[in-house]
Design a protein around this ligand. Structure first.
Ligand code: G6P
Length: 614
């Protein structure tokens, strides 16, 4: 959470930083701020509560001339969203400005000690403690900014990606990372830093991902230097970015969310490319193939994830248990890490995370590895922390997802989990060659099938008008479509702020059925599968209590059509592939309900896309 960006070069720092902040707004939008070192050495700091556009308004009549600066977009942890708690924070004497993504856990201890030495604090944030500490060390040890940062980082406990600038020094930025992402972009005579590469992708494709415990020294007219906290220089490993600028723009859509929903035929094609080959007869997942023994001998698989990724993980459980006959457990990463997990060398832990940066999932990875389990990461963000901290893995390759509510990443994750299950089943002989070929053929058709489902758009837009002012929703599904129901409910909650509960359809009679009346619509995911007859009974139970029903059914369904108030028909696919198809109408339904209510679907209140705090 929180996004940081920095620039040092010959261009206009303000323009680069503001554009960069807009790209990072998915990480939080409680406040934004910028610190610029003017050519005369003055340190200008501007901040505003709310979105980046508020900061721009404030800066309209300010002197923003500078070729070096740092900026921040905040998701509040310590202290309410306000101008005062907005970053950059500066030292008491106004000499240093600092931006920070992460949490300083021992900030109270440090703050008390600094206050005893006469330091005064102006905000409630943990970040202000860090900048004051750096300045205190700098003055007392009469040392350089770099030395003061290094010394201060030895004293802090917690997670951080930081960038610091100093008054009277328009030629230096010091940046550092520990457990929060930070990437440096190296251009011609200019250097960028950011929480991810999106702020600088149009200026350079050369990127250096900082590792934990590293400090970057960015100096004008000097090559980038990276040191560790013991002052030893690290080798600089320059990676080429795959991201393109068009992936970061709305491309004619009114929102990133709608663009990302409609991109799914393309993103699924990218996800499958080179993995399902020979007309579907073979599935190659190199991260599985290269660690054959581990997958052959695995006794248990534990999947850890959060949010939407956790829902995809639940589908993964159904997939792997059905195809590979291996026991699978699915854990919320945040609970897993504090549940005294019991793991060993015969266990495989799959960490599933779109951003690759979710703090709890990353912590689960570290615990699992320390206990000797083989850890496999599934992520979207290339070069992010989870792929770098795991033994093996697979990218979902759906391109940057910017809308805070996850859509294309969910279908990409389910697709990758399907292919992984098939690859493991192939190794272990739990699926026959014919079974693999049959599924492989349909996987290759999935992009077209999804395109077909997207044709429901207009119908769903009209349908959404009927349900916009419902106060509560129930989402029901069974088997593979139970996690789809959970995901549908989450989508609606996230962006429309309507309370929605996802439930396994058969569990409804153990409680939620008491809520059903004419005011409480139920969305029932009921494609024709081996549980179809059973879910028909659940549909009838809802109807018998006067509830209205929107059902997602297989094309040609004639039974539920006669009971439900509205049906949305989707093409028939093998049961294990149905979540990719059935989740799409639910994405569109929540999207249009939120739009009808005038909500900002890309930046829903209180949420952030990359959750880098516990
Ligand atoms: C946040 C996002 C969700 C996401 C979850 C897990 O809550 O808003 O969309 O599913 O984090 O994120 P991850 O990047 O680990 O998949």
């Amino acid at each position: 959470m929180c996004g940081i960006v920095g620039y040092l070069g010959n261009g206009n720092a303000y323009d680069v930083l503001i554009k960069g902040l807009h790209r990072l707004e998915y990480r939080g939008y409680d406040s934004a701020g910028i610190a610029l070192v003017a050519p005369d050495g003055k340190l200008n700091v501007f901040k505003a509560k709310g979105k980046v556009e508020n900061l721009e308004t404030i800066c309209n009549d300010k002197d923003t001339d500078a070729s070096v600066g740092i900026a921040h977009t905040r998701w509040a942890t310590h202290g309410e969203p306000s101008d005062c708690n907005a970053h950059p924070h500066y030292s008491e004497d106004g000499n240093l400005a600092l931006v920070h993504n992460g949490t300083i856990e021992n900030y109270k201890l440090l703050k008390d000690a600094l206050e005893e030495h006469g330091c005064k604090f102006h905000s409630e944030t943990d970040t202000e403690v860090l900048v004051q500490l750096i300045e205190y060390i700098k003055i007392n040890n009469k040392c350089s900014l770099l030395e003061a940062v290094r010394e201060a980082l030895h004293q802090v406990v917690g997670a951080y990606a930081i960038a610091v600038v100093e008054k009277n020094d328009p030629d230096t930025i010091i940046a550092a990372r520990q457990s929060s992402p930070l990437v440096i972009g190296i251009g011609d005579d200019e250097t960028f830093l950011a929480s991810d590469a999106s702020p600088f992708v149009e200026y350079t494709k050369d990127a250096v991902y900082l590792n934990d415990g590293e400090i970057a020294v960015i100096k004008r007219n000097e090559p980038l230097k990276v040191l560790n906290l013991e002052n030893r220089e690290s080798k600089i490993d320059v990676k080429t970015l795959e991201m393109s600028i068009s992936q970061l723009e709305k491309g004619g859509y009114p929102s990133f969310m709608l663009k990302e929903i409609f991109e799914q035929p393309t993103t699924l094609r990218e996800c499958i490319r080179g993995r399902v080959v020979e007309n579907g007869k073979r599935v190659i997942i190199s991260g599985v193939r290269d660690h054959k023994e581990k997958f052959l001998n695995a006794k248990r698989i534990v999947i850890v994830a959060c949010g939407t990724s956790w829902h995809a993980a639940l589908i993964g459980k159904y997939l792997i248990q059905e195809m590979c006959h291996i026991a699978v457990e699915v854990e919320y990463a945040s609970e897993f890490r504090y549940s005294n997990p019991v793991l060993g060398k015969d266990d495989i832990v799959i960490a599933l995370s779109q951003s690759g940066e979710t703090a709890d999932t990353l912590a689960a990875v570290k615990i699992a590895r320390s206990m000797g389990a083989f850890v496999f990461g599934i992520s979207n963000a290339v070069g992010s922390s989870i792929p770098r901290e795991t033994d093996s893995g697979a990218y979902i390759h759906v391109g940057p997802e910017i809308g805070v509510a996850s859509t294309k990443a969910f279908t990409g994750q389910v697709m990758v989990l399907t292919m992984i299950a098939m690859a493991i089943a192939d190794l272990r002989g739990t699926l026959t060659a014919d079974e693999i070929a049959g599924l492989g053929k349909v996987i290759l058709e999935m992009p077209e099938l999804v395109e077909h489902v997207l044709k429901l758009n207009d119908k769903i837009e009209r349908l959404s008008l009927i349900y916009t002012y419902a106060r509560n929703f129930l989402y029901l599904g069974r088997g593979y479509n139970y996690p789809v129901a959970l995901e549908g409910a989450l989508k609606l909650k996230e962006i429309s702020y309507i309370h929605a509960e996802g439930y396994p359809a058969a569990e409804m009679k153990h409680g939620p059925i008491a809520l059903i009346d004419a005011e409480m619509p139920s969305v029932i995911v009921a494609p024709r599968d081996h549980l179809y007859e059973k879910i028909v009974s659940n549909v009838q139970q809802v109807k018998a209590r006067g509830g209205s029903i929107i059902a997602i059914v297989t094309e040609g369904d004639s039974v539920i059509r006669n009971i439900a108030d509205h049906v949305l028909e989707v093409p028939e696919v093998p049961e294990c592939l149905s979540p990719i198809i059935t989740s799409i109408p639910l994405q569109l339904l929540s999207y249009y309900i939120a739009i009808n209510k005038g909500k900002d679907v890309d930046m829903p209140r209180n949420l952030a896309k990359s959750v880098t705090v516990e």
